[in-house]
Write a protein of this length. Structure first.
Lengths: 412, 295
């Protein structure tokens, strides 16, 4: 009797001989956690144990440090949320496994746009599984504020700049901005694409061409940044981005330039796209454009069969069309797959998805600079220093372009 | 009997060493071992993970060419000077006032000492809110009717550094006071009485006798405050996040961002070595003087 109960106890212990997957991430805010929950539910339903390893801290810096420590101790997680060149860096270190067989069987090549494949299929191997695509060059506009001054949404920089005095007259802050270095970097890339165009963006921020970085187009980009600097309130330094979003939701400010993760803040505040706010792309002076940021979970090489099985189930769950929809409804992004029906998603997401498809074909979809897709962390860090220094001082646009080029040259 | 006594003596000789051995080994490895490791890393081309490709002094050259590092050095110099001076002066003043055999000293002392019990993160966050013009002091003054009141240092790149000094002084001066108070209590009353009989005024008493006798307390205060200043990381992160822009970048925040978020481990390690050498430049003469006195 006793022997039997002990046997039963042993059998009931799930610690071994069962597929499992450990996911390390920094998706700890409400919407993000809900999004990941959609993947987790699917994985758990397949009989795989899910070990959650969240490391709080919005930009993922702390998570990155924690990951480095785990790798150094020879204990990498099965899957890790990483952005852009961090993925290529770890792939180059030979630390990442792949799910090529699964991708082949499920036809990922046809389902994903090139922009996404660039950051998940490294050297011909699917080392990372994409959950979503974010657009970073977005303006979040308060309908109440625009109604108050009776203006239409700006489609050119001139229109946008002309709106500022009208908003100020009406007692509305034209631009809600959080003065933290990373937010200024995202604003910069949106302006760089908007003012300079996709070719300039690629030459300056992907190829890091020195002459382009110092050139007149970059000066024009900083001149527009200076115009935006004149639209923010005096209290902007150090403000968190979601507090800047709140200024738009409560009508205190008219616009915010921020990636589409801001949508979660609007949704949480009970606002509806179209009725309460509008999501419009940042004006484009030279042709169309789209700055994208790919979210994906990268897979570290595992040797145990159960853990490999866990990774495959995870990958398959992420790519499941229903999960992609549920995930991105909560996260505010658009699905990485382009072959699924988006009628269940809101108008913002549908518009972003259409824009990505057309820009992907036209070659005007560019990877985010601030999110370390276009360049590595060292270059982006150095450039961010120069950008934030400009935004928080009285430097001229010419000085800023020189400082940016010098900083990037030193970090390469 | 003899052997037993021998065993006892041997054990007595060895026991302290045995008991201390684990902590000694741990300290040796995790403090001095990793200091050595950091020094080694500072001469390598390590980026994301430690790599042992030698680059000589290249990291140090790059480090001192970086404008962010120059800002950090200037900031720490201003911060440390103001922080150490103001803390010492306020601490000494509070200690002398509290030492006047006043009523309620037992209540006042912990009130001044209490901020030290808070972590720098809490201090930083509280002061960030208090100094924020939109929600803190300025807003309250405006609500009370003082419309022209303006205090926007924390949003001003030129002045933000001084808000860190304010918060840090608030946090630590009570602790410095406690050190001076202990020093004051250690002074022999006979000396003071003798001086009073000789007709020394209160001012002369403090200037000529008490403050010179407090020399050891000054030294300890200086050493503790200077290493707190050089390590200052959490307070800066909580209060200004290194901003506005990068106006309040400190060597410690610089080291963290280069080592862990920008994949420039070599440069980060070299900045850590410079910080260590700065602390050593302060500590070594102090330790030397202390050890010399004991001989």
């Amino acid at each position: 009797m006793r022997a039997m109960s002990i046997t039963a106890l042993l059998l009931a212990t799930p610690a071994f001989a069962e597929p499992s997957v450990e996911v390390m991430h920094f998706w700890t805010s409400g919407g993000e956690a809900a999004a990941l929950g959609a993947v987790r539910d699917k994985v758990v339903a397949e009989g795989v144990t899910w070990t959650d390893a969240p490391v709080a801290g919005g930009g993922g810096d702390q998570a990155k440090t924690a990951l480095q420590a785990r790798i150094a101790s020879g204990n990498p997680p099965a899957a890790m949320l990483m952005l852009g060149q961090t993925i290529t860096d770890w792939a180059a270190e030979g630390m990442l496994g792949n799910v090529d067989a699964l991708a082949e069987a499920q036809g990922w090549d046809a389902a994903l746009p090139q922009a996404v494949k660039d950051w998940t299929k490294i050297d011909g191997h699917y080392v990372s599984v994409p959950t979503s695509v974010h657009r970073t060059d977005m303006i979040w506009a308060s309908k109440a504020a625009f109604d108050k001054i009776g203006a239409a949404h700006p489609t050119t920089w001139e229109e946008l700049n002309a709106l500022a005095p009208k908003f100020l007259e009406a007692g509305i802050v034209p631009l809600a901005h959080g003065g933290q270095a990373w937010q200024e970097a995202y604003m910069f890339e949106a302006v760089a694409l908007g003012v300079g165009g996709a070719d300039f963006y690629k030459k300056a921020l992907i190829d890091l061409d020195d002459a382009t970085l110092r050139g007149p187009e970059m000066v024009a980009v900083f001149a527009q940044m200076a115009a935006l600097r004149g639209m923010v309130d005096a209290n902007f330094p150090g403000r968190d981005w979601n507090l800047a979003s709140a200024m738009v939701t409560n009508g205190e400010a008219a616009m915010q330039i921020m990636g589409d993760w801001a949508k979660g803040e609007f949704t949480n505040a009970g606002k509806k796209p179209g009725d309460d706010y509008a999501c419009i792309p940042v004006p484009k002076a030279k042709g169309d454009g789209f700055v994208y940021l790919v979210n994906s979970l990268s897979l570290f090489t595992q040797t145990e069969a159960d853990l490999i099985k866990g990774q495959e189930v995870l990958a398959s769950a992420i790519m499941d069309p229903a999960v992609q929809i549920a995930f991105n409804q909560a996260k505010g992004a658009i699905p990485a797959r382009t072959d699924i029906d988006l009628s269940a998603m809101d108008t913002c997401a549908q518009a972003t998805s259409t824009a990505l498809a057309s820009n992907d074909t036209a070659g005007t979809a560019v990877p985010t600079f601030a999110g370390t897709h276009a360049a590595n962390a060292a270059v982006v860090g150095a450039a961010t220093d120069a950008i934030t220094a400009f935004f928080n001082s009285d430097q001229t646009p010419e000085e800023a372009a020189t400082a940016l080029a010098d900083a990037i040259a030193a970090a390469r | 009997m003899a052997t037993k006594a021998d065993f006892r003596t041997t054990l007595q000789d060895w026991l302290p060493k045995l008991v201390l051995a684990p902590s000694f080994a741990v300290t040796l490895l995790f403090v001095y071992g990793f200091i050595l490791f950091t020094v080694v890393l500072s001469f390598t081309g390590s980026k994301m993970l430690p790599k042992f490709t030698w680059v000589g002094f290249e990291n140090y050259e790059k480090l001192f060419a970086l404008p962010a590092w120059s800002t950090a050095i200037v900031n720490i110099a201003i911060f440390a000077t103001l922080y150490i001076t103001i803390c010492t002066l306020i601490g000494l003043m509070l200690a002398i006032f509290l030492d006047q055999k006043i009523r309620g000293e037992g209540v006042l002392r912990p009130i001044y000492l209490y901020p030290m019990a808070l972590s720098f993160i809490v201090t930083g966050t509280a002061w960030k809110w208090f100094l924020d013009p939109g929600i803190g002091l300025e807003r309250i003054m405006h609500q009370w009717g003082w419309e022209s009141f303006s205090f926007t240092w924390i949003k001003d790149g030129e002045m933000a550094l001084y808000t860190i000094v304010i918060a840090a002084v608030w946090q630590t001066s009570g602790f410095v006071m406690a050190m001076f108070l202990a020093g004051l209590r250690g002074i022999d009353n006979e000396i003071l009485k003798a001086a009073q009989i000789d007709g020394a005024s209160n001012w002369q008493l403090y200037r000529r006798i008490v403050i010179p006798l407090l020399r050891p307390a000054f030294l300890s205060a200086f050493v503790i405050l200077s290493h707190l200043a050089i390590k200052s990381y959490d307070l800066v992160i909580a209060l200004t996040g290194g901003g506005p822009g990068r106006a309040t970048e400190m060597p410690a925040t610089f080291m963290y961002s280069y080592t862990f978020t920008r994949n420039q481990m070599g440069i980060g390690a070299s900045s850590a070595v410079i910080m260590l050498m700065t602390i050593a430049a302060i500590m070594v003469p102090y330790l030397y003087a202390e050890l010399k006195e004991k001989k």
